[in-house]
Write a protein that binds this ligand. Structure first.
Ligand code: SAT
Ligand code: MN
Length: 588
């Protein structure tokens, strides 16, 4: 008798009509075979799927050039198909599930002809974790199969674990013919099912990541009383040896990976990395908030990563103990066959750009795509937390809601109480980045950095965040952060990167009740003298500017927040309106 899993795979094969179906076991030997296929057989737009990079300096690394139209998440083609549009909310594109499936069936009919369908059994979360989920993704892309091996715990055991169970997480993925006109990422929360066609790009195609671990999981979390968040998880060890765990939400391409493995400039402080993108958070029996990272890899932005900005990532990328590491749409140093990107180090003489052509700097185009990425195993990270594999996760004492703002938002602001904390997340706005295909650098509301990832009505999401308070005996402190404020000349006021430990130190001291704060109309800010500035010589005036509250600017911001809240009509919790009105009142 076939299992429900086997029957499901068979049904999908009947529709997509691959030449063969291959069940992956997640082994290194298998990965080597798939990479070989990517080098020799599979092509995208005339290019090989993989090519070998310099194995001396970047051991076990391969280069991947995507289809030129397939370089970022496509939010306008991403749908969350609840039976009822209200459940999806104004923050999601919506289609009735039946209509969505009909559309996808038509696009998927025969889409794997001439190809192999790979069956990927994987866990999100450590298999011993009570919070882990067993998942299956089908795909016709070796790039996606290999990426999933890096990003998740892919093993045959998952198939056994699913056994005769019907309730596993399902993903059906095909790159189709990469036609953006025929590209859709459809979510069916009631069935724990994601159906994606037309793209091989990370967030569109690695269905365990944003699609399941955020969009579907956030909805599941709402129903079951936990939180699936777009957050880094890190441990900050202080000179006493204590480690304080922090979860930090930041929009895509705003420095989450750098924060997760920051090299402290303050002596005695050390950061331990638990995750760089996704946190699943449950209230434990002890009343504390416990976070796990469901992933095992980093899918990070290459541009700007260097020995200076993120030395631990450069070490991670060159370690070569896990097979393989991927570089997607970076440039290549033609003389050394090493990956290269803007901001890595000096500019090599001969560069192949991300299109595969000799790069001419005079033409004014970047050599690496601004959203070029690496895919690398977390097990290569020198700062990986000793609790990375802890099934319970780590206890969170502080939460950051961060945005990228040249103006307005202070370096750090602390919430006054839980309701205000939730408002700090709900009022977030951030400048858009190259991680999604839209205009860059415009401010959009992005509550909790979840706008593209919240799989249900965001008004209900705020309600859910508010409701978590009553279960918490030990409430994390909550902060809004912004590393990106600039002065009149557009120069960054804060050096960022390893210097951010100065801000974390203040946070740790707040968590342990060792330091005070001062109240402003938007929340609590540090007393300047409480920030540890040893070894950093920046004008005192800059520090003042970093915390300046521009009342008129904030009143305009309040108007923008109000417009956003209004979209949710009567579903928006009154608590959020109360907070907005209180902020306006305090601003005068
Ligand atoms: O969504 S991805 O995982 O591809 C990257 C991001 O935008 O955070
Ligand atoms: Mn992300």
């Amino acid at each position: 008798m076939a299992t429900p899993l086997e029957r499901w795979v068979e049904e999908q094969a009947k529709l997509t009509k691959p030449d063969s179906v291959y069940w992956c076991d997640g082994s290194e030997e298998e990965a080597r075979r798939l990479v070989e296929i990517g080098i020799k057989e599979e092509k995208i737009d005339g290019h090989s799927v993989f090519s070998e990079l310099n194995q001396k300096t970047f051991p076990r690394s391969y280069y991947h050039r995507s289809h030129p139209t397939d370089v970022a998440r496509t939010e306008h083609l991403t749908y969350v198909c609840h039976p009822n549009q209200e459940t999806a909310g104004p923050n999601n594109n919506w289609m009735p599930p039946d209509e969505a499936k009909e559309k996808m069936r038509a696009l998927s009919d025969g889409c794997m002809k001439g190809k192999t369908m790979y069956v990927l059994p994987y866990m999100m979360g450590h298999p011993d974790s009570p919070y882990a989920k067993a998942c299956i993704q089908l795909t016709d892309s070796v790039y996606v199969a290999i990426s999933m091996r890096i990003m998740t715990r892919m093993t045959k055991k998952v198939t056994e674990k699913i056994g005769n169970n019907k309730n596993f997480v399902k993903g059906l993925h095909s790159v189709g013919d990469f036609d953006p006109e025929k590209r859709f990422i459809m979510h069916f929360p009631d069935e724990q099912f994601v159906w994606s066609i037309g793209s091989g790009y990370g967030g569109n195609a690695l269905l365990g990541k944003k699609c399941f671990s955020l969009r579907l999981a956030s909805y599941l979390g709402m129903q079951e009383g936990w939180l699936a968040e777009h957050m880094v998880i890190l441990g900050a060890q202080d000179p006493s040896g204590d480690t304080t765990y922090i979860a930090a939400a930041l929009p895509s391409a705003c420095g989450k990976t750098n924060l997760a493995m920051m090299e402290s400039v303050l002596p005695g402080y050390k950061i331990w990395t638990v995750g760089d993108d996704i946190a699943w958070m449950n209230v434990g029996e002890d009343g504390r908030l416990w976070a796990i990272n469901p992933e095992t890899g980093f899918f990070g932005v290459a541009c700007g990563t260097s020995k200076k900005t993120n030395p631990n990532m450069m070490k991670t990328l060159t370690k070569g103990t896990f097979y393989p590491t991927l570089f997607t749409n970076t440039a290549i140093n033609a003389d050394t066959n090493e990956p290269w990107w803007e901001g890595m180090n000096g500019v090599p003489k001969n560069i192949i750009d991300w299109h595969g052509n000799k790069w001419d700097p005079a033409a004014g185009e970047k050599a690496a795509h601004p959203n070029s990425r690496f895919t690398v195993s977390a097990y290569q990270c020198p700062t990986l937390s000793p609790l990375f594999e802890n099934p319970q996760g780590v206890p969170i004492s502080a939460i950051f809601f961060g945005s990228r703002r040249m103006h307005l938002n202070p370096l750090i602001v602390e919430g006054m109480n839980w309701q205000h904390n939730v408002f700090l997340g709900a009022r977030m706005g951030s400048e858009t980045t190259a991680a999604a295909s839209h205009k860059e650098g415009v401010i959009r509301r992005d509550p909790m950095a979840m706008l593209p990832f919240c799989g249900y009505n965001m008004a209900d999401y705020f309600k859910h965040w508010l409701s978590v308070e009553k279960k918490l005996v030990y409430k994390p402190r909550v902060f809004s952060i912004n590393w990106f404020r600039t002065d009149e000349d557009g120069e960054y006021l804060w050096p960022g990167f390893g210097h951010n430990i100065r801000v974390l130190k203040w946070v740790i001291d707040r968590v342990h009740g060792r330091v005070g704060a001062q109240e402003t109309p938007i929340g609590l800010i540090p007393k300047i003298e409480d920030l540890d500035m040893q070894g950093l010589d920046i004008p005192k005036d800059n520090l003042k500017k970093l915390f300046a509250i521009d009342k008129d600017g904030w009143l305009r911001e309040a108007g923008d927040i109000e417009e956003f809240f209004k979209k949710f009509g009567s579903r928006m919790p009154k608590a959020m309106w109360d907070e907005l009105n209180a902020m306006k009142r305090k601003l005068g």
